[in-house]
Design a binder for this molecule. Sequence first.
Ligand code: SAM
Length: 327
Amino acid sequence: METMRDGFERQITYLRVSLTERCNLNCFYCRPGEGKVPERDGMLLNDLVKVIRAGARVGIRKVRLTGGEPLVRPDLAELVSALAAIPEIDDIALTTNGCLLSAQARALKEAGLKRVNISLDTLRPERFRAITRNGEWSRAWAGVEAALACDLHPVKLNMVMMRGINDDEVENFVGLAKDRPLHVRFIEIMPIGASSQWATDRLVPADQIRQAIADRYGPLKPVKPAGGDGPARCWTIPGFKGSVGFIAPLSDYYCPSCNRLRLTAAGTLRPCLCKGDEIDLAAALARGADEDELIRLIVQAIARKPQGHPEHEILPVKDRFMSQIGG
Ligand code: SAM
């Protein structure tokens, strides 16, 4: 079957999958806080494979495994190898906080994982403990080193920038890309879940960060968008092995090029991150849905994809936490 277009002529080729709501960290802007909200494990491996195989039949080519924390699932490598066996899926990526990665990177690479995005909001261990509500920075950094050592390239480091919390670390983050093939991406915080009430007050527009980097290092050279860059705009700095990038849902409106669907840990398909409209695949599977039925529901989700959020504004998203949707 051809790849599917939604009602706004966007080709939908990318599925982000939240494998579990559980996480070994508890970032204050992402999660409710330990014990505050019951947490679901994600869908069973066989059900995930069925859904993704059905998605592949209607044009899904890229899958990103996220959560919660995908590495807390004991069957992650098994899942990666099952997905790698679906011929239409040509890109399997992972978003992780990295803390459990050093023990698993090699097995994941061998199972067919292509690359990782590691979320790291600070380079200061004390601050890391505060942001993650007790995480150990050295474990996250060991994950970054393991990703580089196991060739999970390109290794991207995602830093959510928050005014007054970590916006004094731009230069140190950029410095990481000097001698290592690391791609540092600064992300604008969105008002979703735990941060829905205050994200706008903490927003640091991407342009401001880019200007600060150019002031320090000289003019940045744009990198031609590569497959897998998604909404990131990337730049090189002369003499650097890595790059810097910006993901700016608020100041650089990218809904018109959105190519994704999301599968939440609850087993629902969510056509848009910012809209609480979902189609329940888990319920359909529990009723015994076959592949044709799953395809019908996926096509429905694609048709229900809204145009996007208003330009330069995201209305607070309160129906789910980011860790449930899969950031
Ligand atoms: N545990 C994994 C990790 O830390 O990468 C995957 C799940 S986490 C929800 C995925 C990403 O969402 C992280 O990079 C996190 O920083 C980001 N995120 C969470 N809440 C966000 C928000 N309000 N705005 C922007 N990014 C957010």
